[in-house]
Design a binder for this molecule. Structure first.
Ligand code: UTP
Length: 289
C-alpha cells in the first residue's frame, strides 16, 4: 500500500453563498482573522506530512496563485524598510509547500473538479481538502484520516454528526459504527430530506481517495443541475471496494457559509495570543441579550 503524499484542493466553485464578497475574489481568500481560509487548510495538509498539493482553480481565482507565489516587490520593500518580522510572514507562505495548479474551465461540480487533477496526481492515493471547511483540532484532521488509511487500507471520508434538520445540506452516509470513530459505509445519499436521510452522519470536506476514483468519475453522469457530484462517484466506488467513514476529533466550521464564517472568526480570534485578551474584553462590553 502506498502512503498519501499529495493533496488536491478543489477551489473552482462559484461561492454563491457568499455573494457579493465573492463576486470578484475567491471565497478561499476570505480572511479568517489575518490569513486566507485556504492557507489554514494548506497548513493542515503540510502539518499532516503531505509533500505537494494540487489546487484546482477557475476564472477569477488568480489571487490564490499569487498568495502562494513569491511577491518580489513586496519582499524587496519590506527588506529595504527593515521589516524582518513581516518579511518572514510573507516568505513563510510562499515556502510552505510545492504547489501545482490546474484549471476547471466550467464549474461542473466537485467530482468534475477533482477529475481535472488526474494527471497531476498520477496513480497514487491522494487527499482531498475543501478550502472552506476549516477544522480546528489537536492532530490535523487529514492526518487523523491518513492514519486510519494506513491502518485499514480503505478510502476514508470525514464525517460528523449533524442535526436532522441539516441533512439537506450534506452528503449523508448509511453505515455500521465500529470502534475508534470508524463507520463502515454501506450507502451514500446527496442532500436527503430529513425523513429520507439514512442517518445524521454528514460528509465534510476531507477525503482520502484511491486513484481508481478518477476512472469512476470519468464514467459518472452529471446530475439534473449539470454537475458531476463526488458523492455519486463515491457511491459507485463503494460497489467495488469498502469505504470507511471517520468521525474525526475536532471542530469543523463551514466557512463558505456566512454564519459558519462568523463563528470561525470569533472563535479563532479568541484563541489568538496577540488578540484574544482584548477581543474577549471587547465582546464582554456588548449587549447580547
Ligand atoms: P461548494 O458547493 O461548497 O462551493 O463546493 P461553491 O460551489 O463554491 O459555493 P456555493 O455553494 O455556491 O456557495 C465545495 C468545494 O468544491 C469546489 C468549491 O470551490 C469548494 O471548495 N468546487 C465546487 C469546485 O472546485 N468546482 C465546482 O464545480 C464546484
Amino acid at each position: 500500500m502506498r502512503s498519501v503524499r499529495v493533496a488536491v484542493f478543489p477551489a473552482a466553485g462559484l461561492g454563491t453563498r457568499f455573494l457579493p464578497a465573492t463576486k470578484a475574489q475567491p471565497k478561499e481568500m476570505l480572511p479568517l482573522v489575518d490569513r486566507p481560509l485556504v492557507q489554514y487548510v494548506v497548513e493542515e495538509a503540510k502539518a499532516a506530512g503531505i509533500e505537494r498539493i494540487v489546487i484546482v482553480t477557475g476564472r477569477g481565482k488568480n489571487a490564490i496563485e499569487d498568495h502562494f507565489d513569491t511577491s518580489f516587490e513586496l519582499e524587496k520593500m519590506l527588506e529595504e524598510r527593515g521589516k524582518d518580522d513581516l518579511l518572514a510572514i510573507v516568505r513563510e507562505v510562499s515556502d510552505l509547500i510545492p504547489v501545482s495548479y490546474v484549471r476547471q474551465k466550467t464549474a461542473l461540480g466537485l467530482g468534475h473538479a477533482i477529475l481535472q487533477a488526474k494527471d497531476l496526481v498520477g496513480q497514487e492515493p491522494f487527499a482531498v481538502l475543501l478550502g472552506d471547511d476549516i477544522v480546528d483540532s489537536k492532530v490535523p484532521c487529514i492526518g487523523q484520516m491518513m492514519q486510519v488509511y494506513e491502518e485499514r487500507g480503505n478510502p476514508v471520508i470525514a464525517i460528523q454528526e449533524v442535526s436532522p434538520s441539516q441533512t439537506q445540506q450534506y452528503g449523508i452516509v448509511a453505515g455500521e459504527r465500529e470502534t475508534d470513530g470508524i463507520v463502515r459505509i454501506t450507502g451514500m445519499v446527496e442532500k436527503p430530506a430529513p425523513e429520507k436521510a439514512p442517518s445524521n452522519l454528514a460528509i465534510i470536506g476531507r477525503y482520502i481517495l484511491p486513484p481508481e476514483i478518477f476512472d469512476v468519475l470519468e464514467e459518472t453522469r452529471s446530475d439534473s443541475g449539470g454537475e458531476i457530484q463526488l458523492t455519486s462517484g463515491l457511491a459507485t466506488l463503494l460497489e467495488r471496494q469498502p469505504i470507511d467513514g471517520y468521525l474525526f476529533e475536532g471542530k469543523r466550521y463551514d466557512a463558505g457559509d456566512k454564519l459558519g464564517f462568523l463563528m470561525a472568526t470569533v472563535e479563532f480570534a479568541l484563541k489568538r495570543k496577540d488578540l484574544g485578551r482584548d477581543f474577549r474584553q471587547y465582546l464582554r462590553t456588548l449587549d447580547l441579550s
